[in-house]
Ligand binder design. Structure first.
Ligand code: PLP
Length: 394
């Protein structure tokens, strides 16, 4: 255990009594993140700070998240979660009947599917391209776009089986059609590196409840400066209005102007507890460095994936070089669903892992693991030992 990430690992109380291989499901709280939230709660209890004072943490968060994804702070709106960011984006597009959206419904989380399905009510066509072997079919997605395509959307890494998307290629193709690339980034944010401009991403949404190691109900919406003026947010309240006065209750002129940047997407009061948590968590991630975080998560995932193949588990998802992520999945896809599998060995392994206090999930009927920078090789080895014991006994 000589990794630079060890002091970071030691800050997670959950890791004292379990092996946590489930970041693709939800975060665990670092004690410094929790302490920051408590600082905020204490300040509320004591009425010792104003809302504006607390909002310095919102500004800090915007800056930290921007730095993490290669964006400018002005391109980041603070929001809630994937659903919120996707819906905010959708309702900001001026759709015309006969427009279309290209996506692979097979691979999307419901929260990046239902909001688009709704558009059918407005005469917008959804061109859903079937996945191939659990992956995006790039040629078919690109081929499905035409001059009426307004958006191409996908997840940066699918929630199952967990392959990474080639955003750069998709973005390039979308831009040739003058369409936007809108990305559900919750599986990668805080774990895998992003340079959203280089990746040709127009909108990227995430919550902080997974790899960003913050709270539920707090998140970010990156809106590239390149496309800001093409989007007109559906909601409007004080934070989205340009004003020299920081007072929230100061009403300006009725002839208001929208914020000149992504803050035009922000609505009402912020989830300040979420901002304290996200600021603290992203400070920890920045201390480690995005490269170290990604390398550690990928190393442990690779060890686990290779070990599972060596154990002879069927259908271990094998990513090509550009598809590698920190998710490791095995078992037939869609033989089961959320939290259950029709495949006997998946159910048996899942039960044994749970018994050994190794956190994991079953998604789309597959056994699923996800790693982060706090994971060590021994975490993969523990899971492999348990799975080997079950396989031997079978
Ligand atoms: C790919 C993906 N998108 C979205 C979500 C959740 O969406 P929301 O942030 O709206 O709760 C999850 C996981 O829970 C996910 O894995």
């Amino acid at each position: 255990m000589t990794h630079a990430t060890i002091p970071f690992r030691e800050g997670f109380p959950a890791l004292r009594n379990q092996t946590y291989l489930s970041i693709c499901d939800k975060m665990i709280l670092h004690r410094q993140v929790r302490a920051e939230v408590e600082t905020f709660l204490d300040a509320l209890a004591d009425a010792s700070a104003s809302r504006t004072q607390h909002e310095t943490r919102v500004t800090a968060c915007r800056e930290r998240f921007a730095a993490l994804v290669g964006a400018r702070p002005e391109e980041i709106a603070v929001g809630r979660n994937v659903s919120d960011g996707i819906n905010a984006t959708i309702w900001a597009v001026d759709w015309r009947e006969g427009d279309n959206v290209v996506l692979s419904l097979d691979l999307e989380h419901p929260n990046n599917a239902y909001p688009w399905l709704r558009l059918r009510e407005r005469g917008v066509e959804l061109r859903s391209i079937p996945a191939r072997d659990g992956r995006l079919d790039y040629a078919a997605l690109i081929g499905a776009m035409d001059d009426r395509t307004r958006v191409l959307t996908c997840a940066s890494v699918s929630f199952a089986p967990g392959f990474r998307a080639d955003l750069e290629r998709l973005g390039q193709a979308a831009h040739r059609r003058d369409a936007l690339l809108v990305v559900d980034g919750v599986q990668t944010a805080g774990i895998l590196q992003h340079d959203l401009h280089a990746e040709n991403v127009d909108v990227f949404v995430t919550s902080t409840s997974k790899g960003l190691l913050g709270l539920y109900g707090f998140g970010f919406q990156f809106v590239s400066a390149r496309c800001l003026d093409r989007l007109r947010p559906a909601y409007l309240s004080r934070p989205a209005v340009a004003s020299d006065n920081e007072d929230h209750s100061a009403m300006g002129s009725e002839a208001y102007r929208l914020q000149p940047d992504a803050r035009r997407f922000e609505v009402g009061s912020y989830n300040l507890a979420g901002a304290y948590a996200a600021d603290a968590a992203m400070a920890l991630l920045a201390q480690l460095g995005a490269e170290t975080v990604e390398a550690r998560a990928l190393d442990v995932a690779a060890r686990l994936r290779t070990g599972m193949v060596e154990l002879g588990l069927p259908d271990v998802a094998m990513p090509g070089p550009a598809e590698v992520s920190h998710l490791v999945t095995a078992g037939p896809l869609d033989a089961g669903g959320h939290g259950y599998s029709d495949t006997r060995w998946v159910t048996d392994l899942s039960a044994a892992l749970a018994e050994a206090r190794i956190a994991h999930t079953v998604r789309r009927g597959q056994l699923r693991f996800g790693t982060h920078a706090y994971n060590i090789d021994e975490d993969a080895d523990r899971a492999l030992d348990v799975m080997q014991t079950v396989r031997r006994a079978a």
